[in-house]
Write a protein that binds this ligand. Sequence first.
Ligand SMILES: [Zn+2]
Length: 381
Amino acid sequence: MVARVVRGLAFPAGEIPPALRWLMAEFRLIVNESVRIALGQDIRSRFRLARIAYRTLSADHDVYKQYIPSAFEVALGMLKGYRKRVRRGRHTDVPYLRRLMLKAENQSYRLDRETGRLRIPIRAGQQAFLDLPLSDWHRSLLGDASWSLGSLTVTPDRVIVTVRKATPEPYLPMAAIALDTNEDSLDGVIAEGRTASLVTVFFPEVRVVQATHFRRRRRITRKKAHDSRVIRRLLGREGRRERNRVRQRLHLVSKGLIQTAKERHAAIVLENLSLHGAGGRSRRMNRRLSSWPRREIHRQIEYKAALAGVPVIKVNPAWTSKTCPACGARRRDRVGKDFVCLVCDWEMDRQHNAALNILKSALASHEALARAVPVPSAMTW
Ligand SMILES: [Zn+2]
């Protein structure tokens, strides 16, 4: 299987033509009927759902036929989440698509990659058009033929076009950059041959940006306390601006990191933030500094690495900040700014200590990497 990177390009929807709005309402109906049928007959595959429901749904809904399998996919996706919640014993309502929506695969719609004109079939012989406002960044992606078009999603306020690209086979690493992801820095160890060095990339802007927005947000809630709708709208806008600003800064960091990794033929080692072991650390974090920037920088690093052929290894982050990389002893109490081992007197600042443990985990589980990079002997630093 060829690995691919998928990116979503989001556009404001603008004025939605009535025919398209009608189609979105039909699509929502088809999705909700599919959910009902799939749930009633315990169907989990698109193939079985199509066999049982396609004929009726296509007779009942006079829409372009290719939307029906797309609706099946949306319905099965909703049911997957639902079944998972049920399995975990959570109280949950049967899924129901409330918003107007349309999802189309790339063979269903046409996008003029130069002008942004989108042609969406409604039914045989009828179509609707939307003009997507293309930014320079969109143009540069759409102008690059190695990105092919993926699915299209239309909601009342946004249009999302996904683009995808096959990624090169990652190279065999000759070095490793292991990183501990913190609130406003990446703290790492670069291991290359027999040498290892510590690195830190600060992005203090994230903290500053978030603090400013926090203050501004508090002011908004205080001032407009009489109108909860206005507050929600203003806060929504603040949130988006904040994210965009942080995202811009993180892009510079991730770009530099990928360049460094590529030059040294290094693998990048990150904590797997989706594992439960990542908990416990989040408590350490200030409420204002949500973990969103950490997830965002990982997201950026991962897709840029995939496009550049840089291998990424993810390790379980449990205990990384509480283990001694020299003797393996763990501290069960709170670790302060510096990690000090009670058994062997090893001492290092908490973040780099964590990075060293992240590196060791990767070396323990990746033979090819371990061959290229011997475990740095902590005692000789
Ligand atoms: Zn120790």
